[in-house]
Design a protein around this ligand. Structure first.
Ligand code: NAP
Length: 197
């Protein structure tokens, strides 16, 4: 659910994705990306997912209208413009994506750093394009509780599903971390507490 809460924060709270907008999700097969594709579709956007070759089918199955294989194409170089570029994996940058943003487009980044903080400040004062970074985990619990409630409603209504890369029992927590740290996950890693299945 952590990925879904971050996806809700970025797409609803920060970019306020609207019906008919063009949204691109970079890192579409990861924990945040798999949730972001589904949420952006739920908000009525036309969605492009960027992932590696083996994940194309998964990303299409989540509802992406278009998939870009990042082992063959650079999405910043194909001449398309997006209202929202959600760099869920933070492998790109505002500078690289600026030319692929629509006039009022928003670049969203999950990983902080000096460059994105300065870009966020600069774009909040100059021009119409925006660069935004946010740390969902640092937001007040009351706020994250609202995100959780919204995502839970969608899951219970069958409008969203969790993609689970692997499940680990609590006693194998260290293995779960090692697995997650290897990267290139497909969805999220789940740690099971108690007998829950
Ligand atoms: N700011 C926030 O609120 C917030 C909240 C949670 C997490 N995060 C951060 O957001 C980032 C993404 O989190 P996540 O949980 O979605 O990650 P994840 O589940 O590990 O997703 C990684 C995905 O990104 C793709 N990818 C593309 N280039 C990659 C590369 N060079 N190395 C590894 N993977 C690459 C992979 O898909 P392909 O194989 O298809 O390319 C992989 O499936 C992490 O940096 C995490 O720390 C931020």
């Amino acid at each position: 659910m952590c990925g879904a809460l971050a996806a809700w924060n970025f797409l609803r709270e920060k970019a306020n994705v609207q019906v008919g907008q063009e949204v691109l999700v970079n890192g579409a097969s990861g924990a945040i990306g798999t949730a972001a594709i589904q949420l952006a579709k739920h908000f009525g956007a036309r969605v492009t997912g960027v992932c590696s070759t083996s994940e194309r089918e998964l990303v299409e199955s989540l509802g992406a209208d278009n998939v870009i294989d990042d082992t063959r194409e650079d999405f910043t170089n194909i001449g398309e413009a997006y209202d929202v570029i959600f760099d869920a994996e933070s492998t790109s940058s505002y500078r690289r994506c600026r030319g692929s943003l629509a006039e009022d487009g928003v670049y969203l980044r999950t990983f902080p750093g000096l460059a994105i903080l300065l870009e966020m400040l600069w774009t909040s004062r100059v021009g119409r394009k925006r660069a935004i970074v946010s740390a969902t985990g640092l937001m007040p619990i009351s706020k994250r509780r609202v995100f959780l409630d919204e995502v839970t409603k969608l899951v219970e209504a069958g409008k969203m599903r969790s993609i689970v890369d692997q499940r680990f029992p609590l006693e194998r927590l260290a293995d779960a971390y090692r697995h997650a740290e290897r990267g290139r996950l497909r969805g999220t890693v789940v740690v099971i507490v108690g007998d829950a299945r």
